[in-house]
Design a protein around this ligand. Structure first.
Ligand SMILES: CC(=O)N[C@H]1[C@@H](OP(=O)(O)OP(=O)(O)OC[C@H]2O[C@@H](n3ccc(=O)[nH]c3=O)[C@H](O)[C@@H]2O)O[C@H](CO)[C@@H](O)[C@@H]1O
Ligand SMILES: C=C(OP(=O)(O)O)C(=O)O
Length: 421
């Protein structure tokens, strides 16, 4: 199993290009199922989750071709309407095929994702939303079995649906389902994440009629068919945020190209509060720090508030900052798996319920640590970059799910990172 070995203590300097967003690419690849002619995507990151999604689409009969960051999907001959347990367990975002399959083909069989390291992660709102649109939904043997065969013209029926929690993939699944429904769907208390907006923009290019994406009410006027289009995936704000924290912690100066400050307001605000200098323009962000940071309190919440996907990285930063901070996780009940590992590196952290109390220490120490989920692993990499001596991170396949060419990009900035097996 691959390990990452990091020699800490090198300030990062230079420039890197931020990749396309994993969390935009995955739903948009699934949206390819909706199109009767080829969908062409650029800016698709080279990630394990993207490879898993392409494999899943391939098993359904979608013709997939890929060259560098361009992916072309031809869903004119889909023959299977199933996402098996084997597929869904490697990547829970596979649930995103449910809405497209059901609305275009009237039938879908998708394994329930179940929980994961960060929490229970139910999909009840995806299911209830589709039921509100008239679908027959049955859960049997761990699978969601969905059908529209009893509905007029076998089409989902537009509905108004209030989601009682803000759910990103739930909003995306229902938006894709509603795109081909008969009549108008209104999604209330919808997720406002930039990746939802990117999906809506792609769907509109494919012929959908969606307004309000990026606000908490999204209106989707169903159309009879969707066609292919060309779309460039929005930049990965979480990847950008992770490198921003890396520059801040190591006391360097890093420019991120293809990064959008308007998608990172809460993160930028907190870094400035920590004493980091940040300059932005339309398409890039420059972070400069002397490595002397002040601890900052964090509370995760749906966009535009502070993202849960940046919580572990800021926790790592707080461990070496001056002062005491609280980190409150309100989205996932178990997203503190990095804490025990950071403690192994000398961090002073105490957890009470969904709050971590972090007291900055003068220095972290390199140690052997274990990656447990994607962003927890990113937090450990950041800690390793400033720790004294060598940090060895085991189980880095988690990182490969979401960070394109991580060690290459870090080394480009002067870090000393290598992979070994
Ligand atoms: C592929 C992708 O885009 N993943 C992101 C997505 O995950 P994902 O879409 O799975 O997360 P959700 O936004 O759905 O989850 C938010 C909260 O709603 C709850 N919930 C969700 C659905 C549901 O049917 N019932 C329910 O109770 C969850 O348990 C959680 O407490 O948003 C998360 C929150 O920003 C991010 O951490 C993930 O990186
Ligand atoms: C939790 C994440 O991804 P997923 O929803 O795919 O598990 C993430 O991107 O941090």
């Amino acid at each position: 199993m691959d390990k990452l070995i990091i020699e800490g203590g090198v300030p990062l300097h230079g420039e890197i290009v931020v990749s396309g967003a994993k969390n935009a690419a995955l739903p948009i690849l699934c949206a390819g199922l909706l199109a009767e002619t080829p969908l062409i995507l650029t800016g698709v990151p080279e990630l394990r989750d993207v490879a898993s999604t392409l494999k899943l689409l391939d098993t359904m009969g979608v013709k997939v071709s890929k060259a560098d960051d361009q992916v072309s999907l031809d869903a004119s001959d889909v023959a299977s309407f199933e996402a098996t347990y084997e597929m869904v367990k490697t990547m829970r975002a596979s649930i995103l095929v449910l809405g497209p399959l059901l609305s275009r083909f009237g039938t879908a069989r998708v394994s329930l994702p179940g929980g994961c390291a960060i929490g229970s992660r139910p999909v009840d709102l995806h299911i209830k939303g589709l039921q509100a649109m008239g679908a027959a939904m049955h859960i049997t043997h761990g699978y969601i079995q969905a059908s529209t065969l009893h509905l007029p013209n076998r089409r989902l029926q537009g509905a108004t649906y209030y989601m009682d929690m803000v759910t990103v993939t739930g909003t995306e699944n229902l938006m894709m389902a509603a795109a081909l429904a008969q009549g108008t769907t209104v999604l209330e208390n919808a997720a406002k994440e930039p990746e939802v907006v990117d999906l809506a923009e792609c769907l509109n290019k494919m012929g959908a009629k969606i307004t309000g994406a990026g606000t908490d009410t999204i209106t989707i006027e169903g159309v009879e068919r969707l066609t292919g289009a060309q779309h460039h995936i929005v930049c990965d704000r979480i990847e950008a945020g992770t490198y921003m924290v890396a520059a801040a912690m190591t006391g360097g100066e890093v420019t991120l190209k293809n990064a959008r400050a308007d998608l990172l307001e809460a993160v930028i605000e907190k870094l400035r509060e920590a004493g980091v200098q940040i300059r932005t323009d339309a398409n890039s962000i420059t972070v400069k720090s002397n490595g002397q940071l002040k601890a900052v309190n964090i509370r995760t919440a749906p966009h535009p508030a502070f993202p849960t996907d940046m919580q572990a990285q800021f926790m790592a930063m707080n461990t070496m900052a001056e002062g005491v901070s609280t980190v409150v996780e309100t989205i996932f009940e178990n997203r503190f798996m990095h804490v025990q590992e950071l403690q192994r590196m000398g961090a002073n952290i105490e957890i009470q319920g969904n709050t971590a109390f972090v007291k900055g220490v003068p220095a972290l120490e390199g140690a052997n640590v274990m990656a447990t989920d994607l962003r927890a692993s990113a937090g450990l990499v950041l800690a390793g970059l400033v720790a004294e001596g060598e940090t060895v991170i085991d189980r880095i396949y988690h990182l490969d799910r979401g960070y394109e060419r991580l060690e290459e990009k870090l080394n480009q900035l002067g870090a000393k990172v290598r992979r070994s097996n």
